[in-house]
Write a protein that binds this ligand. Structure first.
Ligand code: HEC
Ligand code: HEC
Ligand code: HEC
Ligand code: HEC
Ligand code: HEC
Length: 241
């Protein structure tokens, strides 16, 4: 995947972006005439143009009626695109689902979707049914988002969504969410600021032993350091079968 992009290529992209920006500023500046009004070609484009026009009353915009909708909101459109950004950290998911949008902006409880964390070994990811519990009731125009079309495709075919796993321990390790959640740790202690992420990734967390050796998240040292600091068991059989 495109994680090892050469620096030269990013310079070219940067230069192209700067050019495009300059062009946009010139084309949409206060001198733009009515004939050069910017026309929206989708609901999400309409939301972007409305936001630009709100900031600059001189900007001439044209929103065809079919794209002049309340939903998807500007934030949803932006999160949708950001969650599918191949350059952003973390694996690409089959649907551009944004935690920032659902858990951050709409303040949905983590355990509403990851209901296993307080009682079972696995946190689990939500079923298609759970997604559709909300999305079935959304207005028709919400289907203009590609992610929603894909969601509804899985629903129609009664298939589960093949989410790409981000955190994975080897089989020989025992880990239980419930012991940790009941001990009072926030999800963020181990998973970072999930509610601020459009695309989910494993946040770095390096612990240092006294003799200067680093240990990363999900490695044995990472678990042991926290167990030591909190007086929890360091017995091999606590974490191994
Ligand atoms: C509790 C209700 C609820 C549940 C459950 C829910 N959503 Fe959403 N979803 C929303 C709301 C509200 C919005 C945003 C509406 C807006 O601002 O336009 C949204 C927006 C979205 C978007 C566009 C923004 C983004 O995040 O990319 C996608 C895609 C999406 N949902 C997919 C899903 C999937 C997949 C699931 C199941 C894992 C799911 N939703 C579960 C309520 C829900
Ligand atoms: C003490 C650290 C810790 C805390 C606190 C924690 N997690 Fe995890 N989480 C992990 C580890 C480690 C894994 C990998 C588990 C595995 O591979 O068996 C994981 C995996 C997951 C997964 C992947 C699916 C699964 O079940 O393996 C989800 C989803 C998840 N956590 C959500 C949450 C949520 C939501 C909370 C808060 C309610 C939370 N976690 C709290 C450490 C933690
Ligand atoms: C509307 C449902 C929904 C809500 C609310 C939600 N999640 Fe998730 N979560 C998902 C879905 C779907 C995935 C799988 C796709 C992905 O990784 O983005 C996921 C994946 C994860 C993972 C990675 C699992 C893995 O494979 O390792 C973690 C960690 C996680 N969520 C933590 C949280 C935390 C913490 C919160 C609250 C701040 C939260 N989630 C709120 C639906 C939700
Ligand atoms: C943020 C600190 C923290 C991290 C990180 C952490 N643990 Fe723990 N863990 C604890 C504490 C505290 C307890 C004791 C909870 C109690 O006794 O109620 C515990 C308890 C446990 C238990 C015993 C559960 C039981 O039923 O008694 C296991 C197994 C475990 N942890 C495995 C792991 C593994 C494996 C990892 C690394 C992947 C890990 N822990 C990472 C703090 C942590
Ligand atoms: C708090 C939890 C915890 C305790 C206690 C623990 N381990 Fe581990 N151990 C882990 C985790 C997590 C991994 C997986 C690390 C990884 O995949 O990088 C692991 C991996 C290992 C491995 C495999 C190393 C490898 O390269 O894959 C061995 C061997 C091992 N542990 C032995 C032990 C022994 C012996 C003890 C007791 C002295 C012990 N562990 C105590 C969590 C623990």
């Amino acid at each position: 995947m495109g994680t090892h992009r050469s620096p030269r290529r990013s310079v070219v992209i940067l230069a192209a972006a700067a050019l495009a920006l300059t062009w946009t500023v010139i084309a949409t500046g206060p001198h733009a005439s009515a004939s050069s009004a910017r026309r929206a070609g989708s609901i999400c484009e309409a939301q972007e143009l409305k936001a630009l026009a709100a900031a600059d009353p001189h900007l001439a915009i044209e929103i065809p009626e079919e794209f002049d909708k309340e939903f998807p909101t500007l934030e949803a459109c932006r999160s949708h695109d950001a969650a599918w950004d191949p350059e952003a950290e973390g694996p690409l998911q089959p649907i551009p689902f944004s935690h920032k949008h659902h858990a951050g902006l709409w303040e949905m409880d983590c355990q509403y979707c990851h209901s296993g964390t307080d009682r079972s070994r696995a946190a689990g990811v939500p079923s298609v049914e759970l997604c559709m519990g909300c999305h079935e009731n959304f207005p028709k125009e919400y289907d203009s988002l590609e992610g929603i079309q894909i969601l509804k495709q899985y629903w129609a075919e009664q298939k589960s969504i093949p989410w790409v796993q981000v955190h994975r321990l080897p089989e020989h390790v025992k880990f239980q969410h419930q012991a940790h959640v009941r001990a009072g740790f926030d999800c963020q202690t181990c998973h970072g600021p999930v509610e601020a992420m459009d695309k989910l990734y494993m946040t770095p967390d390096t612990k240092w032993w006294q003799y200067g050796l680093p240990t990363q998240k999900l490695e044995m040292g990472w678990c042991i350091m926290c167990h030591r600091d909190n007086g929890a068991s360091q017995d091999c059989l606590t974490c191994h079968y």
